[in-house]
Design a binder for this molecule. Structure first.
Ligand code: ATP
Length: 270
């Protein structure tokens, strides 16, 4: 039975997201382990203050530039992401031309198909994942299976709420991995090329805005811009970027925030 969340509840948005995940669990889209993973993310979001930090914004801008420069970008989608941000995933794919691949840690063909159908309802076309028949090197079992024409051959992969092993294995394949993960200490956050420590919905919305802005700038500067080599562009974007520094900034933000809350007499509720 569906519980009606009172709109004036102080944690209305958060409860709505939980409700959505539970609903998607019963529809065979989200795996039960995904519900636990979401709880870990919520805990970090609480510490961060449930908003996008400056460092997350910097990482998101770099990620947008990388996606626009990529030769073969792929957005990897799991059950939680499909439940929480289907509209944003499809919009990002449309504005960047990145393909979408359903890629599951606890893979079943039925769940792949259900996620694909859900994304198609939001307008996605050509969703990959059903024909995963090749393994990411070093990752045995079904959790390492991807499509050759998708994640396997991609130069850039965007992952959200990812497992550390898989993220590391993609980096080891020489790919640029953009990770969205609220936990700055997770193995995923630590091993990705660019880590956005932010909620997946907020991060994707910001990324779409950056992409649109950059596309407009590119249009305006069309005549001035030379046809540049994409590989050099990646190097150029990443030269001025230090992922370790970004992660440290998030940790410092959390520490500063908690210290100021501990020292203040005002209400701590957010
Ligand atoms: P790792 O293997 O990378 O060390 P982990 O074992 O915590 O991480 P999972 O259990 O797969 O990996 O958890 C997924 C990650 O997703 C967690 O780090 C969690 O903080 C993060 N997460 C959960 N919900 C969200 C969300 N809504 N937005 C962004 N990140 C989230």
């Amino acid at each position: 039975m569906k519980w009606r969340i009172p709109e004036n509840h102080p944690r209305y948005e958060s409860l709505k997201r939980r409700e959505r995940l539970v609903e998607c669990f019963f529809r065979g889209i989200t795996d039960i382990h995904g519900l636990i993973a979401h709880g870990r993310g919520e805990a970090f979001d609480y510490l961060i203050g449930e908003h996008t930090t400056e460092s997350a914004m910097k990482a998101t801008e770099v990620a947008a530039e990388i996606l626009l420069t990529a030769r073969k970008p792929v957005i990897s989608v799991n059950g939680n992401v499909a439940a929480l941000a289907p509209h944003e995933i499809v919009s990002l794919s449309n504005v960047t031309g990145a393909r979408i691949e359903v890629n599951l840690f606890h893979r079943t063909e039925d769940r792949v198909m259900r996620i694909k159908k859900l994304l198609e309802k939001y307008g996605a076309r050509d969703v990959l994942g059903e024909n995963a028949d090749i393994h990411i090197p070093g990752l045995k079992h079904t959790r390492g299976m991807v499509e050759r024409d998708g994640i396997y051959d991609a130069d850039v992969v965007l992952v959200s709420l990812e497992d550390g092993d898989r993220c590391e294995a993609l980096v080891n394949m020489g790919k640029i991995v953009i990770a969205i993960d609220l936990n700055p200490l997770s193995r995923t956050a630590q091993s990705a090329t660019v880590t956005i420590v932010d909620d997946v919905e907020r991060a994707l919305r910001n990324m779409i805005e950056f992409v649109r802005k950059k596309q407009n700038e590119m249009k305006k500067n069309k005549n001035k811009m030379e046809e540049t080599n994409k590989k050099n562009n990646f190097q150029k974007i990443l030269n001025g970027y230090d992922n370790r520094k970004i992660l440290n900034e998030v940790l410092e933000h959390i520490v500063r925030r908690l210290l100021s809350l501990a020292e203040s007499d005002t209400d701590m509720l957010i």
